[in-house]
Design a protein around this ligand. Structure first.
Ligand code: GZL
Ligand code: ZN
Length: 374
């Protein structure tokens, strides 16, 4: 408060000086107004400079509890949050990496409460188990914004806003693409022998992507041989794929719930002498994935991944928009979904329809990859 008082007195004295004629040439009101405007601007600048990022009266401290660093997607998400809530942008970011453990996130949130941060941002590793700690944040009068995956709480007032992806829609788009592709290629649905390398069990991304596939399996009569978690990591994805290859010799579609699992699965498939590609009728194994990181789209370009459904990680600016609106006393959407694309190895399927909405398919080229932001 002391810092603010000094700069305000300084600003007022500068404005006073101009009004008593220090403005030199120029006549009457216009000159004074212009001078005043000029001085007022100088005064504002003085106030802003003297108090660093005090344009809204104080520097906001943001406590961000991040899931971990399990995937390329997560790395891009962390980078987006850190570059948005930077010191030069006028924020004090307290960042915590929970190594994919909910108890670490709960500890981090309690630390944020102790430090009396202005906002808590939570990227929850799984959906359940948040009621108690979010109640503690509410009791402390700290607003909570949920980003990426969703929380499943008994009282929605325990968080102010959520921004992220529609994970079930992502799964539905991928499954509808597979149905259209198989139909176009004259592949009998009953000959599709699918394994699902799931994400972290209980994470919204896993729940939605698994449901999208399972519903299509029921609807189209595909064979789902096994669904096992690959924990969204490359190492686990490879391990699970190796295990599945020991159990089944007829796998022709591998549905990976994120890119890093796909990278691991491809290594396991190729090590087992399989050819990854889209030509199922000629013994190739089709790999499908989610996230659409640059590395995975490069695999689409080389035809190792056939279909990649985007999950956009660049939530930093989206969370900042929510915080700025709240700071301005505006109401914010309780839930905000981001729009996402579908990337394919070729244009066999030009668009997919889910719940009456049509989604264009983008064929991956080097130009497409060059334009990607993550
Ligand atoms: C999805 C996000 C998932 C990504 C994975 O929004 O929660 O977690 O798909 C990441 O890559 O690990
Ligand atoms: Zn001046």
């Amino acid at each position: 408060m002391k810092k603010k008082m000094i700069s305000t007195i300084l600003a007022l004295s500068m404005v006073t000086a101009v009004l008593t004629g220090c403005s030199g040439s120029g006549s009457g009101t216009a000159a004074t107004t212009a001078a005043k405007a000029d001085t007022t601007t100088a005064a504002e600048a003085a106030t802003t400079k003297a108090d660093s990022a005090d344009d809204s009266g104080k520097t906001l401290t943001i406590g961000f509890s991040q899931v971990g660093a399990e995937s390329d997607w997560r790395t891009a998400n962390t980078e987006s949050m850190k570059s948005t809530f930077s010191a030069e942008n006028g924020y004090n970011l307290i960042f915590d990496d929970a190594q994919q453990k909910q108890e670490n996130q709960i500890t981090a949130i309690r630390n944020f409460i102790q430090q009396e941060v202005d906002y808590i941002v939570l990227a929850p590793v799984t959906e359940t188990g948040w009621d108690t700690v979010l109640q503690e944040a509410k009791d402390a009068g700290i607003l909570v914004i949920i980003v990426d995956r969703m929380v499943n709480v008994s009282d929605d007032s325990l968080y102010t806003a959520w921004v992220g992806s529609d994970f079930e829609l992502e799964g539905q788009k991928a499954a509808e693409w597979l149905n259209s592709f198989a139909t176009a290629k004259g592949i009998d649905p009953k000959s599709l022998n699918i394994v699902d390398i799931q994400g972290t069990i209980g994470a919204s991304a896993q729940i939605g992507r698994t449901k999208g596939l399972q519903d299509a399996v029921d609807k189209y009569g595909w064979n789902l041989l096994e669904a096992t978690t690959g924990e969204f990591t490359q190492a686990k994805g490879q391990e699970v794929m190796e295990s599945m290859l020991k159990s089944y010799d007829n796998i022709n579609v591998v549905y990976c719930e994120n890119d890093n699992e796909a990278f691991g699965a491809i290594d396991a498939l190729e090590a087992a002498g399989k050819t990854v590609g889209s030509d199922i009728a000629n013994g190739e194994v089709m790999v499908m994935s989610f996230d659409s990181t640059k590395a995975s789209l490069t695999d689409v370009l080389s035809k190792k991944i056939t279909l990649n459904t985007e999950c956009n990680p660049l939530h930093g600016p989206r969370v900042e928009d929510i915080i700025k609106a709240l700071e301005a006393g505006q109401t914010v959407d309780k839930k905000k979904y981001v729009d996402e694309s579908i990337f394919a190895v070729d244009d066999t399927v030009k668009s997919v329809t889910v719940d009456g909405n049509s989604y264009d398919v983008t064929v991956v080229t080097q130009d497409v990859i060059d334009q990607r932001a993550y």
